[in-house]
Unconditional design. Structure first.
Lengths: 284, 273
């Protein structure tokens, strides 16, 4: 039942399915994350990347409908509050918009996990905060409020907070989205730095540049399944038309531009209804 | 199958059913939140959990100090309204000085706690729902959770503590302001002597009324906090969702406060009389 035999298999997902109000978002995802590697999950917006991430970290409302999600060899759905907290002290999450606590200064944001989960002296905590902030280049911004920082700086401060407890796995939710190219480059460099220091990374992104730069392995998520997974080199050279289209960002290809499933002519004539993909039968 | 008209009785029944399910879900969610918050407060009292005391103090300042002026004003006016509107009736019995008694009893028994509760629902409840709602939308609440920090312990418990500390205090202030309103009208407009007014006023205040209304104030505080925090933590749909949650929080807590007031009126006047 457990993968206790394989200590380096940090995350193992089998047949994960999840739907929201009848809409299937994940339809059987299989993925593994091994210690030391950085796995990048790419996919179009709305393909279920965020849902996948939230299922792994045991967010409320994202419990799997089917399949299993194991982290550190333990089934997430059966961890309970205590177990979840144990697991969560060993991971760090960089949220898409940083999600810094807006009522606290940058320094207090970074200090909070240390104050809560360690018995360290306030002096040592203050030193660690400075070290974490120096790592992301924000040491002199310790006393500012998050609202006074730019988007990219907020993300870097959030990264300092996510790494405060030296987590074994760091999750990155769209780390480069919404950043200018230079700031995106900075964040990518930070991800690589953290990897060099031994952190395992789980990145979800739609930015192929970020994926190629940071990944040991890339998985393409499409229609709620892992369509293809392989090394960045494989992704660069593959002939698979779907992967090609995604990597090259081509508007034409096997992934359709138009997402409506109903017949256009009939829809215009008022004969069918396309709301949420439901097709109303038309009486003869 | 042709689409049914929205006025079809079956559609109306279905909508009513959905609304009913929603109401039960909200009530259940709030009850669970109250229980979880009570558990954390209990654990903290037993020394087995740490609460963010600094945050609680900060909330007390926000809840108590900042709403003091508005609570004062509203209750002063309520006292004045009572005195003005009762004066005619009492004059016809030639018992004008009894205005002091009417105001004192009305304020201590019902109006100070009720008006404070309603003012706080609009002032503190709305702010709380908007603040927690924005935090939810910004993923700050999820960030707390994934850092193994329980949002109930971290956000709700200090707020409940602050409101429960401040509601009785504000209610006591409200007594004085209501009575002061009556005093101003009584002595300035109705020509009652100030010594006489104070004497009648003081003899009308009963310890039992004060205790009962402080109990009510605590209950209203619990209602305001739990409703606002529940709405804030369950926000869906971005900025528009925060706006909806804020309005809903105010409406729900005012309705619940008035309903609870009726319940307490029956309890104190009939069951425990």
């Amino acid at each position: 039942m457990t993968d206790a035999g394989d200590k380096d298999l940090l995350i193992s997902i089998r047949g994960l399915g999840k739907s929201f109000e009848g809409r299937m978002v994940l339809r059987g995802v299989d993925l593994d994350l091994r210690r030391g590697e950085t796995l990048v999950v790419v996919g179009a917006s709305g393909c279920g990347k965020s849902t996948l991430l939230r299922s792994i970290i045991g967010a409320e409302g994202y419990e799997p409908d089917e399949g299993s999600v194991k982290i550190f060899g333990r089934e997430v759905a059966r961890l309970g509050e205590e177990g979840l907290n144990e697991v969560r002290k060993r991971i760090g999450v960089l949220f898409q918009n940083g999600a810094l606590y807006t009522s606290m200064t940058v320094g207090e944001n970074v200090a909070l996990p240390l104050r809560e989960h360690s018995l360290l002296d306030e002096k040592i905590i203050s030193m660690m905060v400075k070290m974490k902030l120096e790592l992301v280049g924000l040491r002199e911004f310790e006393d500012l409020m998050p609202g006074q920082l730019s988007g990219g700086m907020q993300k870097r401060a959030a990264l300092a907070r996510a790494t405060a407890l030296d987590p074994e796995i760091i999750f990155y939710d769209e780390p480069t989205t919404g950043l200018d190219p230079i700031m995106a480059g900075v964040v990518i460099k930070l991800i690589k730095d953290l990897k060099r220091f031994g952190a395992t990374g789980f990145v979800i992104t739609q930015d192929m540049h970020c994926a190629f730069e940071t990944a040991d392995r890339i998985a393409l998520l499409m229609e709620g399944r892992v369509y293809h997974s392989g090394t960045p080199a494989e992704f660069r050279t593959t002939a698979d038309p779907v992967v090609r289209q995604f990597v090259d960002g081509a508007p034409d290809g096997p992934i359709p531009l138009r997402l409506a499933r109903t017949d256009y002519t009939r829809d215009l004539a008022g004969l069918s209804k396309s709301a949420s993909g439901r097709l109303r039968k038309v009486e003869a | 199958m042709p689409e049914r008209s929205p006025y079809d009785p079956r559609e109306i029944l279905a909508d009513a059913g959905a609304a009913g399910i929603g109401a039960v879900r909200t009530a259940g969610g709030m009850w669970l939140l109250l229980r979880r918050t009570a558990r954390w407060l209990g654990l903290a009292a037993a020394g087995r959990a740490r609460l963010p005391w600094a945050a609680a103090m900060d909330q007390m300042a926000r809840v108590g100090v900042r709403s003091l002026p508005i609570v004062c004003m509203v209750n002063l006016f309520v006292g004045m309204i009572l005195a003005v509107s009762m004066a005619d009736l009492l004059r016809s019995f030639n018992m004008e000085p009894r205005v002091a008694q009417v105001v004192a009893i009305a304020v201590t028994r019902e109006l100070a706690a009720l008006m404070t509760g309603i003012v706080m629902a609009g002032y503190v409840g709305a702010a709380m729902a908007a603040e927690l709602g924005t935090m939810t939308v910004n993923e700050e609440v999820m960030a707390l959770e994934t850092s193994a920090m329980n949002p109930v312990r971290f956000l709700v418990a200090p707020r409940l503590l602050a409101v429960m500390a401040m509601m009785p205090a504000l209610t006591v202030v409200a007594y004085y302001m209501g009575m002061a309103g009556g005093f101003i009208v009584g002595t300035q407009l109705l020509g009652i002597g100030s010594a006489q007014y104070v004497e009648i006023n003081n003899s009308a205040v009963a310890a039992r009324d004060v205790i009962n209304s402080l109990i009510k104030a605590e209950a209203f505080g619990v209602i305001i906090t739990v409703v606002a925090c529940y709405q804030g933590l369950t926000v869906k749909g971005g900025a528009a969702g925060v706006g909806r949650a804020t309005t809903t929080a105010v409406v729900h807590s005012i309705v619940l406060i008035i309903a609870a007031n009726l319940f307490f009126a029956m309890l104190f006047n009939y069951v425990l009389a």
